[in-house]
Design a protein around this ligand. Structure first.
Ligand code: ASN
Length: 636
């Protein structure tokens, strides 16, 4: 390391001495600028002009690593406070004048970004910043606690971290930070920012750009102009700047002239679920790599170790293990029977365990789980997390193979339709990117409402969430003026109904047939949707004739449930539903001897049974005529 950086060190020393004079001059200049700025600021304030503070707040947590190191006689090292000083003095990271006049509470403020915004950020450091080689589960609790304590105060978090264990930390945090709804980015560098030529500067600036403008509710790794899902990446080069890769999952964003984010791949957050930090990761996870020179005794020592809770076994190719060594299979079976969780991952760089060969299937038979295309770093972290939760072994085993945070891709169980839907959003994004306003308006008014209806029917509110960037109007309907709410209410898509209740200005829009969404929900007996809509102020509306004939038919067939649902939906004025002959629900219920419905009308709906039909008859008259004694009693 020392040798590698010698040249840069010399450069930086020279540069520093050359710079000392010019820095003095710069200080003078800065002072002058500050005076000018202050005068301008005072003027703005006296005129009542204040810049609205829309800026996002970012917390940078410095754990150490090369990015924050500086060189000493003993080599590159970390020291508390060093990196904060570096940022404060760098004009790209800190607009000193602006910070001086506008910052409060120790925030640094960046110059205006390309999005014409300033990012406010603060730096917290670990008590003793470390080379990430020294990382362990105790530090994970410290980092996660810092995020937990500051979760509500910041929009995003950046973690400065050494590269050596960055993939492990990113993976661990992706599990520990449950129901994450904010952006968390890990970044670092191969050459410290204190060197003149370095990669830390760009890595941090890219991270700050994402953290300062976007909400990507995931734990990410930002490195060398790429943004990776944290639990998908791995360090693959110890000396190149391009040292991270995500072999089985494409980067979520690339930093070219334009920052292109693959929104369709970004994990969806569930706003209903509360953020929670799971600490105390288990550190009894073993990793064993199969190779032709491993003896059965060595394997046995690992597999039978009392302390070990879980073992990742890195196999060949698509998950294959020698089947000509029965003792190995026996040991695996024994370990499984002792309650150890054993996971099969491939040792190939780009891979997915698929068990197509006999040599692969053999493992399934002895209880070894399939880790699909998960990286070793992510699986080790996942196991450490799952074992921290005091869950049953059965549940742990179930969760190992399941996709919890986008860390692996089990064979697609998802309905193909939803799968295509995600591709569709990407296609739509691409199609809209370079369109003129006029064309976008046509799309917004004509095409998008139809798409919303289509998605509402299928319950794809998460995809709809992504359409919001186009300023979509969820109140607009299709060619029959049927809105997403009509469709989702009819189909009983409760989550989508909840989403649309929040998004729509009017939840009682009527379609071409005069019906509201709540009427649809009642008609289709979607109990929970009825409750939700009613609570939000929904009303049952449809042509009177239509409701009347539905209720009459319900009486005829003794469909008490439908009456309950109409009542639950808040139907009023029950006496007004009558035929052209003035026969109301009471008349018909008495005629058809529907005593339960009469009881319901009497006690729940305050029905007036004294109303007369065209021939001057009441419901009681109908019951008397037919000698329905119990009804007569009820109505007398
Ligand atoms: N480039 C680096 O950051 C390597 C360093 N050893 C670390 O992981 O902290």
């Amino acid at each position: 390391m020392n040798q590698k950086f010698e040249l840069e060190q010399q450069n930086s020393i020279q540069l520093n001495s050359q710079n000392s004079q010019s820095q003095e001059r710069k200080k003078e200049f800065d002072k002058h600028q500050a005076v000018v700025f202050r005068e301008k600021h005072n003027l703005e304030c006296s005129q009542g002009l204040r810049i609205a503070n829309q800026s996002r707040k970012v917390l940078i947590i410095c754990t150490g690593g090369t990015i924050s190191m500086f060189s000493t006689e003993n080599g590159l090292t970390v020291k508390k406070g060093f990196f904060e000083k570096f940022l404060r003095e760098d004009s790209y990271f800190c607009d000193q004048d602006y910070t001086y006049f506008h910052s409060s509470d120790g925030f640094f403020i960046t110059p205006l970004t390309i999005y014409q915004q300033r990012i406010w950020y603060k730096i917290y450091e670990l008590e003793n910043p470390i080379d990430s080689t020294n990382m362990n589960v105790i530090y994970y609790d410290q980092i996660a606690s810092m995020i937990e304590e500051n979760y509500d105060l910041y929009d995003s978090f950046i973690i400065l971290h050494g590269t050596d264990t960055m993939a492990y930390t990113a993976s661990a945090l992706s599990f520990m930070l449950e129901n994450l709804s904010k952006t968390v980015i890990l970044t670092g560098s191969q050459i410290p920012c204190s060197m003149m030529r370095n990669d830390g500067f760009n890595n941090l600036l890219c991270s700050l750009t994402i953290a300062g403008h976007y909400t990507i509710p995931e734990v990410l790794v930002c490195f060398n102009d790429k943004l990776f899902r944290g639990n998908r990446c791995t360090k693959m080069d110890s000396s190149a700047m391009d040292s991270f890769d995500s072999p089985n999952f494409e980067p979520l964003a690339t930093f070219k002239i334009i920052i292109k984010i693959k929104w369709d791949k970004v994990l969806k957050r569930d706003p209903e679920k509360k953020f929670h930090v799971q600490k105390n990761l288990c550190d009894k996870i073993a990793i064993v790599k199969m190779h032709p020179f491993i003896s059965s005794d060595t394997l046995k020592a690992i597999l039978t170790n009392q302390d070990t809770k879980a073992i990742i076994i890195e196999t060949y190719g698509a998950g294959n293990i020698p089947i000509n060594r029965p003792e190995v299979m026996k040991m695996l079976q024994e370990a499984y029977e002792q309650g150890k969780v054993i996971v099969n991952l491939s040792q190939c760089y780009k891979s997915k365990v698929e068990s197509i060969y006999e040599t692969g299937r053999a493992l399934l038979k002895v209880g070894v789980l399939c880790g699909w295309d998960c990286t070793t770093e992510a699986m080790a972290s996942k196991l450490a997390y799952l074992f921290s939760k005091n869950d049953s072994i059965e549940n742990i085993m179930k969760n190992v193979q399941k996709n919890l945070r986008g860390e692996l891709s089990p064979p697609i169980e998802k309905d193909m339709f939803e799968f295509q839907q995600e591709n569709f959003i990407q296609a739509l994004n691409d199609a809209l990117q370079y369109r003129t306003n006029e064309k976008i308006d046509i799309l917004k008014n004509l095409i998008l409402p139809n798409i919303v209806c289509y998605m509402s029917k299928g319950g794809f509110h998460q995809s709809m969430q992504q359409l919001k960037v186009y300023g979509i109007d969820f109140d607009k309907g299709d060619y029959d003026n049927r809105t997403g709410l009509h469709l989702s209410a009819r189909e009983g898509q409760l989550e989508t109904v909840k989403f649309l209740i929040k998004e729509c200005k009017n939840i009682n829009t009527v379609d071409k047939f005069g019906r509201t969404a709540l009427f649809e929900a009642v008609l289709n007996r979607n109990h929970d949707v009825i409750v939700e809509l009613q609570r939000a102020g929904g009303i049952i509306q449809a042509p009177k004739q239509e409701i009347t004939s539905i209720l009459m038919e319900a009486i005829r067939s003794g469909d008490q449930e439908l009456f309950d649902l109409f009542h639950l939906g808040g139907l009023q004025d029950w006496n007004t539903f009558q035929t052209a002959d003035g026969r109301n629900l009471g008349h018909v219920a008495a005629t058809f001897r529907q005593i339960e419905i009469i009881r319901f009308l009497k006690y729940q709906c305050k029905f007036r049974f004294t109303d007369k039909d065209r021939w001057g008859k009441t419901a009681l008259d109908e019951a008397k005529k037919r000698d329905f004694k119990e009804i007569c009693k009820l109505l007398s």
